[in-house]
Design a protein around this ligand. Structure first.
Ligand SMILES: [Zn+2]
Length: 665
């Protein structure tokens, strides 16, 4: 591209990205998808770089349009008090007695709500429009994080009410357990330290400097209180929750209204037993006097309101003895220290081992063999050692020290400067070979039934396999003579291996065991490339255009496919008959065959990705900018400059309905 054309394109992209930022942050009406935004931003950065067109005002310099630096402090006009905690029934009954003593009657009821393990936030609405979002801070002063709050989709930017009054809404930002696990998977893929629990990751996410990053974090919100300037006489908490719901706030369905503290206790028992099945973490129940008129009468202590209390559930922790620390070698050579424990019951299962993460963690917590330790299980995460109970214990072993060589193969261990883990870099290290094959055969990868750890060990021992491609050369006759392998099981194993040839590209990619490429990243890669050949030719720049792929993942993918031995393995898998084509290229009709289509604006009934998929399924392709070669523009609400350009060039414009008619759906 010559400089003049590059300049023109740079201006186009800057204009688009500026408008996209304004639409996203100020008008809350995004007109392009995150993916399109990221692609445009990447293209702009590349052009600026190649043609020396940098500009301090470019969107590449001001991601999200937000200034960096600390957040401004904001004072809470009504303090955000924390709640008094109780852990047992007697204390809760004592709370109830205090309430009735102060009021001098029993003419009140209770609201019981689940307590969320997240971060409390305060929202301010003026003329039904969100004007402020703040953290709790110390209860009197918090951080003004409005720009970040605006990215949380559960929080309405304007209320479904015509109230002109100033309203304050309080609630909890939280993360669902599954979303949290996915987030950590991505963090590990980026070489970042995973978050300890959903609460930490929520609080950390809310305080990030770049709202675009916050927008990618799966933060949810439940509203639990409404404060109005003019008090409403005789109002109850129940009515406030109903009002919040009508304004468009998510309100947790687990809210009950009870006439006595005994009824509250029944609700607590019920929720305590179902808490593990909930999609989010809860650490207790909040009990509030339902009638607002009694709140003033009850008042507050210096720290807590007297009209509310939190009943905390028993933590999912257990105490046991750490017998020894062993080292595990992962499939990528990572050395993980593991605590071998005296078996103990925790959250319904017997736990014998717990993760100790890495050397630094063990030293920081000063964990040694012989210690009495507290272990904890949070959500679906594997148990971990939280702390040492008794350091005065005379039976304590010596402080932990990482050996200098691999416990399995003797190779000298290395630790890169920006990493917490030690690694064995010998590709022939036996546990690594075994773990790679195990990973390839695992349920989320090739799902080879009957190929368990013991069989893999046996096959390696007998020199029948030394990598996953060797699996496809196995014959029944080689298996039958093996120990514990009858004719029937040999037949079954060969059939399972045969069946695995039908797995889709994303699962094969996951199975290859590329560093940083987990389940979700594999799906994203498979969805973005038509075949493994395309992926193998991709460079780091084009990989980072995919919104979930950062530079670390991109580099790792490129490095993996550049290695001769890896290319050979893939060729051998291809020869065995595995399909390395992406499933998304399956076309259902040729109605849009060869057509170049551009999408703009918000479509009423489908996302842009769905529209893209639909177009590809019918033989068409989606391009990013309108030109004379464009066959038609699919336009939704608030279309951008593409619309004007299509009009100017006389390109046909279809809305969603006419587009559906065209492809017959
Ligand atoms: Zn080794």
């Amino acid at each position: 591209m010559d400089k003049l054309r590059a300049e023109k394109r740079v201006n186009e992209l800057r204009d688009l990205l500026h408008r996209a930022n304004v639409a996203y942050y100020q008008q809350a009406a995004p007109f392009i998808s995150d993916r399109d935004f990221d692609m445009a931003l990447a293209e702009l950065a590349q052009l600026e770089d190649e043609h020396d067109l940098s500009d301090p005002d470019s969107p590449t310099r001001r991601v999200g349009g937000m200034p960096s630096g600390a957040f401004p402090a904001v004072e809470h006009p009504i303090p955000m008090l924390s709640l008094d905690n109780t852990y047992n029934d007697d204390e809760l009954k004592a709370f109830d007695r205090r309430v009735s003593d102060i009021l001098g009657h029993n003419d009140y009821t209770y609201a019981a709500e689940l307590k969320f393990d997240g971060a409390s936030v305060r929202l301010r609405y003026e003329e039904a429009t969100l004007t402020l979002g703040a953290t709790r801070g110390d209860g009197n002063n918090g951080d003004d994080i409005t720009a970040n709050i605006r990215t949380i989709r559960d929080i309405p930017l304007s209320l479904k009410t015509n109230s002109m009054e100033v309203l304050e809404v309080r609630g909890e930002a939280y993360m669902e357990k599954e979303a949290f696990i996915r987030l950590n998977e991505h963090r590990e893929a980026e070489g970042l330290q995973p978050f300890a629990n959903p609460r930490n990751s929520t609080a950390g996410s809310l305080k990030m400097q770049d709202p675009r990053e916050v927008a990618r974090r799966p933060i949810r919100f439940f509203a639990f209180d409404l404060l109005t300037e003019t008090p409403v006489a005789g109002r109850t908490h129940r009515e406030k929750l109903e009002a919040l719901r009508l304004m468009g706030f998510p309100v947790c369905q687990f809210t009950r209204f009870c006439t006595s503290i005994d009824d509250v206790l029944i609700v607590i028992r019920e929720w305590e037993s179902m808490r593990r099945e909930l999609p989010y973490d809860t650490d207790g129940v909040v009990i509030k006097v339902n009638e607002e008129k009694f709140h003033d009468e009850l008042g507050t202590t210096s720290k807590f309101p007297r009209w509310a209390i939190a009943f905390k559930f028993e933590a999912e922790q257990a105490v046991t003895t750490l017998e020894s620390v062993t080292l595990q070698v992962g499939r990528l050579g990572k050395i993980t220290p593991v605590a071998e424990l005296k078996p103990v019951l925790l959250a319904g299962t017997t736990v014998k081992r717990a993760s100790l993460h890495n050397e630094d963690e063990i030293i920081r917590k000063d964990i040694r063999a012989g210690d009495t330790v507290i272990i904890e299980k949070a959500g679906e995460i594997i148990p971990q050692v939280v702390s040492v109970v008794n350091r005065e214990n005379k039976e304590r072993g010596l402080p932990f020290k990482m050996p200098s060589s691999c416990p399995a193969c003797g190779e000298v261990l290395i630790r890169l400067e920006d990493e917490a883990d030690w690694r064995c870099i010998n590709p022939q290290c036996p546990p690594q070979i075994r773990e790679r094959i195990k990973h390839f055969a695992s349920r989320d990868a090739m799902d080879i039934d009957g190929l368990g750890e013991a069989i893999i060990d046996l096959l390696i021992e007998e020199n029948l396999i030394s990598n996953y491609a060797d699996l496809y050369l196995l014959e029944k006759e080689q298996l039958i003579p093996l120990e514990r392998m009858a004719e029937k099981s040999a037949e079954n194993l060969i059939r399972s291996i045969e069946m695995s040839k039908m797995r889709t590209l994303d699962r094969i990619l996951f199975g290859l065991g590329i560093r940083f490429v987990g389940k979700t990243v594999s799906k994203d890669l498979a969805a973005s490339f038509n075949s493994i050949d395309e992926l193998m030719e991709a460079n780091e720049e084009s990989l980072t255009c995919i919104s979930s792929i950062g530079p670390k993942i991109a580099q790792s993918v490129v490095v993996h496919f550049n290695k001769k031995e890896n290319r050979e393995l893939i060729q051998r898998l291809k020869d065995a008959g595995l399909s390395f084509e992406s499933a998304k290229t399956v076309t259902v009709s040729q109605k849009l065959s060869g057509m170049k289509i551009v999408i703009t604006g918000t479509l009423p009934a489908m996302t842009r990705n769905e529209a893209r998929e639909m177009i590809e399924k019918h033989g068409g392709s989606v391009t990013s900018s309108v030109s004379k070669q464009t066959d038609f523009l699919l336009a939704g609400d608030s279309p951008g400059s593409k619309y004007d350009k299509a009009v100017k060039l006389g390109v046909e414009i279809l809305d969603e309905n006419r587009f559906r008619e065209r492809i017959g759906i």
